[in-house]
Design a protein around this ligand. Structure first.
Ligand SMILES: Nc1ncnc2c1ncn2[C@@H]1O[C@H](COP(=O)(O)OP(=O)(O)OP(=O)(O)O)[C@@H](O)[C@H]1O
Ligand SMILES: [Mg+2]
Length: 262
């Protein structure tokens, strides 16, 4: 079971700290969604948690050990990340790209085993991208491509999966499909999911916990019921929100909102 926490964490670029003095305890085997305005540091936090960028002060502990000292392949066996923007996959086929998710398990010359191929096909199937296996990634639509990158993260078979705005580019049905997939991975395989979403209603519907950030600071962490509140949304987004219950799911939902002017 991966337990992840930050202690007095500072993360920044060059001399400037973006994330300041952040203390968070992520719940293992649950879904946690980070929310907050553009530029508040959500992606910066996710990148630091997965060691794509270093942190400047404080610590990030995974199973009680600082991630700063962890072996790269070992870390990649524990956590996968879907970044907010992906590099171009110039010329690679979908199958080839998704096979990169198996990198942490390869030894020597990096030959894929039959079990690697099974995992790759599983990841393609659950993301509904199996039909594109032999097409180049560049030839896909934005939404198709997004699901292929999600497949690559899933092929990494990690207990913890980080996703930075995984529903970007996806139509309404595919957004729900991806979120249902993450929910199933959590429920059936006890995966820990830590993601960033801008859609607060999706966040409240699919997450056990929410973390609200503003200006690089933690404003509120708790269950979705604790965070999806009028006063918190006002503080974080400067919006006047009407919160009610979704008639189908029973979850908290933002029925209507307006900007607070003046
Ligand atoms: N590589 C970088 N170098 C310098 N500053 C950066 C870099 N990446 C991000 N920043 C700055 O850090 C701040 C936080 O950016 P970050 O990408 O974490 O925001 P975010 O909360 O993910 O926003 P969004 O909702 O728009 O994705 C912003 O002011 C941004 O301009
Ligand atoms: Mg971001």
């Amino acid at each position: 079971m991966n337990s992840l926490s930050t202690k007095d964490l500072y993360v920044g670029y060059y001399e400037k700290n973006i994330i300041t003095q952040m203390n968070i305890q992520f719940k293992s085997n649950e879904i946690t969604t980070i929310i907050g305005p553009n530029g508040c540091g959500k992606s910066t936090l996710l990148k630091a948690l997965t060691r794509l960028i270093p942190h400047s002060k404080g610590s990030i502990l995974l199973d009680g050990q600082s991630i700063a000292k962890e072996n790269t392949k070992k870390l990649a066996q524990k956590m996968a990340i879907l970044p907010q923007t992906q590099d171009s996959a110039s010329g690679l086929t979908v199958g080839e790209l998704v096979s990169y998710g198996r990198f942490p398990y390869q030894r020597g010359f990096g030959k894929l085993t039959s079990s690697d191929y099974e995992v790759i096909d599983w990841a393609l199937k659950v993301t509904n991208t199996f039909d594109y296996k032999f097409r180049t990634v560049d030839s896909l639509s934005g939404g198709q491509r997004q699901r292929v990158w999600i497949a690559m993260a899933l092929a990494q078979e990690t207990e913890t999966i980080f996703l930075d705005e995984p529903t970007t580019y996806l139509d309404m049905a595919h957004q729900l499909e991806v979120l249902e997939l993450l929910k199933n991975l959590n429920q059936r395989q006890q995966r820990t999911i830590i993601m960033v979403l801008h859609d607060l209603n999706h966040a409240a519907r699919f997450s056990h916990n929410m973390i609200a950030l503003k200006d690089g600071k933690l404003i509120k962490a708790g269950t979705s019921e604790d965070v999806m509140k009028k006063d918190i949304l006002q503080e974080v987004f400067n919006i006047d929100a009407e919160i009610g219950r979704d008639i189908r799911t029973g979850k908290l939902t933002c029925i209507s909102y307006d900007l607070i002017r003046g």
